[in-house]
Write a protein that binds this ligand. Structure first.
Ligand SMILES: CC(C)(COP(=O)(O)OP(=O)(O)OC[C@H]1O[C@@H](n2cnc3c(N)ncnc32)[C@H](O)[C@@H]1OP(=O)(O)O)[C@@H](O)C(=O)NCCC(=O)NCCS
Length: 201
């Protein structure tokens, strides 16, 4: 297996064409999709034609940032994914994202994987990392806070961003509220206590 990074409990590896099934299953849980699409699953067609191709694009070219499948380090069970990817209209910034199976929630895994990715992002090039979530997604907001990110703004997701999302077109229309953005700069990251203890492979 091609491994990108390991933490104490997680292995992050590149996605492959064989990952359709685990992604379909992940996005079939209405609780996982609650603050993304209002609970609607992502269709197999969308995963095959849009999500997985996007996840698999650019590993070599980007040398670090990207979309990574997250496995349990001890069993290699698929737990979900993490992302740290560039955004075309925000040079020097990376967007952080994560989506885990319900069985993996509540054990600090989103925070653990994200910390390792932030470490990678800032070690390589990022001047800032931001993350966005639906306003009512308290677990996701809490992860951002635990990472040392600060609240930046509340905003309405644009139609363009919705079209680029990792769920079916139109699905996010089910969520009437705002999204929120959190961010951390490289200076803020360097000043965080304990950051030196985070190690990537
Ligand atoms: C968001 C998500 C990745 C969090 O994963 P996780 O591994 O459970 O996260 P962590 O354990 O690292 O941290 C979660 C924190 O939120 C807290 N939390 C969770 N649900 C909460 C709730 N309803 N109210 C208050 N706090 C809550 C947890 O207690 C924990 O904080 P703590 O360590 O201070 O106790 C996971 O719930 C998920 O995959 N959700 C579905 C997809 C999704 O919404 N992704 C984010 C979209 S931007």
């Amino acid at each position: 297996m091609d491994v990108f990074l390991k933490t104490g409990r997680l292995t992050l590896r590149p996605f492959t064409a064989d990952d359709v099934e685990v992604l379909v299953e992940l996005d079939s849980d209405p609780e996982v999709m609650r603050f993304l699409s209002g609970g609607a699953p992502t269709s197999r067609h969308t995963i095959e034609t849009r999500v997985l191709p996007r996840f698999m694009a650019g590993y070599a070219e980007l040398e670090g940032p990207g979309y990574w499948a997250a496995l349990a380090a001890d069993s290699n069970e698929f737990l979900g994914w993490f992302a740290l990817h560039p955004v075309h209209d925000r040079p020097g910034e990376f967007e952080l994202g994560y989506r885990l199976r319900r069985s993996a929630w509540g054990r600090g895994l989103a925070t653990e994987g994200s910390l390792a990715l932030l470490h990678e992002g800032f070690r390589r090039a990022a001047i800032a990392v931001f993350a966005q979530t639906y306003e009512d997604n308290i677990a996701s907001r809490r992860v951002m806070e635990k990472l040392g990110m600060r609240f930046v703004r509340e905003f309405k997701v644009s139609d363009e961003a919705l079209r680029e999302g990792t769920f079916d077109a139109g699905a996010a229309d089910a969520l009437p509220g705002d999204d929120v953005e959190y961010a951390i700069t490289s200076e803020e990251w360097r000043d965080l206590p304990g950051v030196a203890g985070v190690s990537a492979r």
